[in-house]
Design a protein around this ligand. Structure first.
Ligand SMILES: [Fe+2]
Length: 191
């Protein structure tokens, strides 16, 4: 089976204008499609907008004006009563994380320090329109190219897969040229 990414992740917003301002203007995800309001017989007239994450990969929003988007959760807290926890958007380097962090702070959006998850670094923040938990990450070791099996007590099937692939569980070393961020605090987190 060949997968080529996420065609679109569909979320809901009560206010598309505010959503465009955050995702396009603050996060810098290009608005690439505006769909909706085209059919007068549409039983639920709505906007449906798409933001580009990467070639062929988009984030989409349905606008249901005034809709209650439900409870929000704190970063890292267990998600009870909802299936969705958070989504992480990829950037190519730690420098992009730093740039995004500054953009968020300039827009008045609360954002965590960079968190070191061994194979990836992340920052966490929330969509100010809907409260959706968001993350942005860059791979330290791109596990889609070089898998990382770090669980000391994996499930039986995961252990079988690891053994079949003969993957060594070696923690990646951080390349200072790629990941040194002067003056930028980050918090190592064991995974
Ligand atoms: Fe995450």
């Amino acid at each position: 089976m060949r997968w080529t990414g996420v065609n679109h992740l569909a979320l809901v917003t009560p206010d598309m204008e505010a959503t465009v301002r955050f995702y396009h203007d603050v996060l810098g995800m290009e608005l690439v499609a505006t769909v909706g309001h085209g059919d007068p017989n549409e039983p639920y007239p709505h906007r449906h907008y798409f933001f580009r994450m990467a070639d062929g990969n988009t984030l989409a929003f349905f606008e249901w004006p005034g809709v209650d988007t439900g409870p929000s959760k704190e970063t890292g807290a267990p998600a009870a009563g909802i299936k969705f926890d958070h989504v992480s958007f990829n950037v190519p380097s730690s420098r992009d994380l730093v740039e995004l962090r500054e953009r968020l702070k300039s827009a008045g959006v609360e954002v965590t320090p960079i968190v070191d998850h061994t194979v990836l670094w992340s920052i966490y923040y929330s969509d100010p329109v809907t409260g959706t938990s968001l993350e942005t990450s860059c791979w330290v070791q791109d596990v889609t190219r070089m898998p990382y099996f770090g669980d000391p007590d994996p499930t039986p099937t995961a252990r079988r897969i690891q053994e079949e692939r003969q993957v060594e569980t070696v923690k990646p070393t951080i390349d200072p040229a790629q990941f040194e961020v002067p003056g930028q605090p980050h918090v190592p987190v064991a995974i």
